[in-house]
Design a protein around this ligand. Structure first.
Ligand code: IMP
Ligand code: MG
Length: 182
């Protein structure tokens, strides 16, 4: 694990090693496999780009059913704080009507993004929708929408790695790094 990583103007230090992440992701994959074991059709996994690309690839390989995975793009985040700006969901070129859907995101912070995505997804009349996040910041979460699956809860700190970025850099880091305050 590299000791310090500089991304743009910030310095990050190691926080969570990749083997810990792998174990947490496998656990969520096993739980989802159990929950959908008796479903008539496998759920459609909707992965939110860019942040969820690595998480989704590891997660869906842990399923014991044949998954259908679609990648969509949605972003309202700029730098280290939520901008509040709203964009739409692009890239979902198949119907989800009458199907079970699992939305996969990298991290749920204030929850603004996931609530907007929820509105868009529900307009498409799926049979059911569940939310799965790699990281969840419970102390920042302001919404009543249930996040059904979370691999790890963290505090309010800003992290990068395993798909998560700081202004588009750091997604390729294997481990999770946290911003240094000192
Ligand atoms: P929310 O709308 O406040 O829940 O923010 C969700 C989005 O913000 C995530 O999909 C990430 O792209 C980004 N985000 C929130 N916290 C972090 C963090 O600690 N590191 C990197 N990105 C983050
Ligand atoms: Mg991001």
């Amino acid at each position: 694990m590299t000791d310090r990583v500089k991304i743009h103007d910030l310095v990050f230090k190691p926080m969570i090693k990749s083997d810990i992440i792998t174990a947490a992701v496998d656990k969520v994959a096993a739980q989802i496999s159990r929950d959908y074991a008796s479903a008539e059709q496998p759920p459609i996994v909707i992965s939110i780009l860019n942040g969820a690309f690595i998480f989704t690839s590891d997660l869906c390989r842990g399923f014991d059913f044949c998954a259908e995975v679609s990648f969509v793009k949605y972003s309202s985040y700029d730098g280290v704080s939520t901008t509040g700006a709203v964009k739409s969901l692009i890239g979902l070129n198949r119907s989800i009507e009458g199907r079970d859907v699992i939305v996969v995101d990298d991290i749920v912070d204030s929850g603004n993004t996931i609530v907007h995505i929820d509105t868009i997804i529900k307009e498409m009349n799926p049979k059911s929708v569940r939310y799965c996040a790699l990281f969840f910041k419970p102390s920042n979460y302001k919404q009543s929408l249930k996040i059904d699956y979370t691999a790890m809860n963290i505090g309010e700190e800003f992290i990068v790695g395993y798909g998560l970025d700081y202004n588009e850099q750091g997604r390729n880091l294997k481990d999770i790094y946290v911003v240094c305050n000192e």
